[in-house]
Design a protein around this ligand. Structure first.
Ligand code: AMP
Length: 368
């Protein structure tokens, strides 16, 4: 089904695959525009179930549940990029699925993603395909140490990756990774990490949010700030990279591109920016847009997949987004009275270390 055919009207129903906080915030943004949402998730405790009237709690392998879900909705999208190919194919035969499933084929596999970005002439860390312990030794000889080993699939928030330093026991590193399918990347001594949240509509129109600067702890995003403390020229280059990627994927919806700013590369063909990762969905580093911009990343995504015109995002000032991770959430009451703070809690059960429980945005108006 061609993506250009989608043109929803208020009252139509959007199907969302995945029931986490991203699905929850997508459903809330859709609701504000008059849409209904139905969420599909195997987890009965899905935070997105709380904000929709209709939910399908079933496994992605449950063909009958997928068919019934497709029949109930007008368009289908994801908040979760590891949807199995077979499930997406069953759905796509019945309803438009946006962004198109083939995009996930590229972004679900770190090797395919790196090859794709490199083919566009965009800088990435030196990398090598690794499928055995001997292959790991050969890759280290080529790339050097320190380096980062990552599983090709199903990695997130630092899971499925490890830094390898001089003297490390490679047998153990390889055994701990527990896969035969990995990539080795050069360790990048970056100056800062930034991301660009870009929206693209089916007619090829593209809108980027202002470049965001991201601080991680234990590989998990802790704080995002918009705008990033980079020059206008670098910000324009970052937005250009995100736009090139969105166009090359013929993407419909919101996409995040995470990049490293690397000092001393100014003279190289791809400049000081290296792309680390593409997320084919709304992204944690774009949560600041909920309170810090005239249109949020969630609304942009809904507009794109609904066939509606994209908003022209205007930032309301300097914005900081702080994730409430694990027990951080227990301090939510303190945030409620902080001037300019807006508290978002995801309605998840018990806090666990590393679990994203909510976030807070703080806007300082007036500054640009
Ligand atoms: P990823 O899962 O690829 O997004 O990586 C999570 C985080 O690990 C990144 O945001 C960086 O802080 C760090 N990281 C990943 N790859 C590299 C690399 N090649 N060099 C240095 N740090 C990295």
């Amino acid at each position: 089904m061609a993506s250009t055919q989608v043109k929803l009207k208020p009252g139509d129903t959007i199907g969302i695959l995945g029931g986490g906080q991203l699905g929850r915030m997508l459903a809330m943004a859709a609701s504000r525009l008059g849409f209904k949402c139905q969420v599909f998730s195997p987890d009965p405790d899905s935070p997105a179930f709380d904000v929709v009237l209709h939910a399908t709690c079933a496994e992605y392998a449950d063909v009958e549940a997928l068919e019934l879900f497709a029949n109930d909705v007008d368009v289908i999208t994801y908040e979760f990029e590891n949807v199995p190919a077979a499930a997406a194919m069953i759905l796509a035969a019945r309803r438009p699925v946006l962004p198109e499933y083939k995009v996930l084929g590229t972004t679900q596999d770190r090797l395919a993603e790196k090859d794709f970005v490199a083919r566009l002439g965009i800088g990435v860390a030196a990398y090598a395909d690794v499928s055995s312990l001997d292959g790991l030794r050969a890759a280290i000889t080529r790339i050097g140490l320190p380096a980062v080993i990552k599983t090709r699939r199903f990695g997130y928030d630092g899971k499925g990756q490890a830094i390898i330093r001089e003297g490390d026991d490679l047998d153990r590193v390889w055994a701990d990774l527990a896969t035969k399918s990995a990539i080795l990347e050069a360790f990048i001594p970056f100056e800062r990490e930034i991301s660009v949240i870009v929206a693209r509509s089916a007619d090829g129109h593209v809108e980027c949010f202002d470049v965001t600067e991201n601080e991680h702890g234990d590989h998990i995003l802790k704080i995002s700030r918009a705008p990033a403390a980079v020059s206008d020229a670098l910000a324009a280059q970052a937005r250009g990279i995100a736009e090139t990627i969105a166009n090359a994927l013929n993407y419909v919806g919101v996409l995040a591109v995470e990049m490293f700013v690397v000092p001393g590369r100014e003279g190289s063909t791809s400049g000081p920016l290296l792309v680390n990762e593409i997320a084919p969905r709304v992204h944690n580093s774009g949560h600041w847009t909920l309170d810090g911009a005239s249109v949020s990343q969630f609304e942009q995504h809904i507009r794109a997949i609904a066939g509606w015109p994209l908003g022209k995002p205007v930032r309301h000032g300097d914005v900081t987004m702080t994730n409430l991770i694990g027990n951080d959430v227990l301090g939510y009451e303190q945030w409620l009275t902080v001037p300019g703070a807006t508290v978002h809690l995801y309605g998840k059960g018990a806090p666990r270390p590393g679990r994203k429980m909510g976030h807070v945005t703080q806007v300082t108006p007036g500054k640009k």
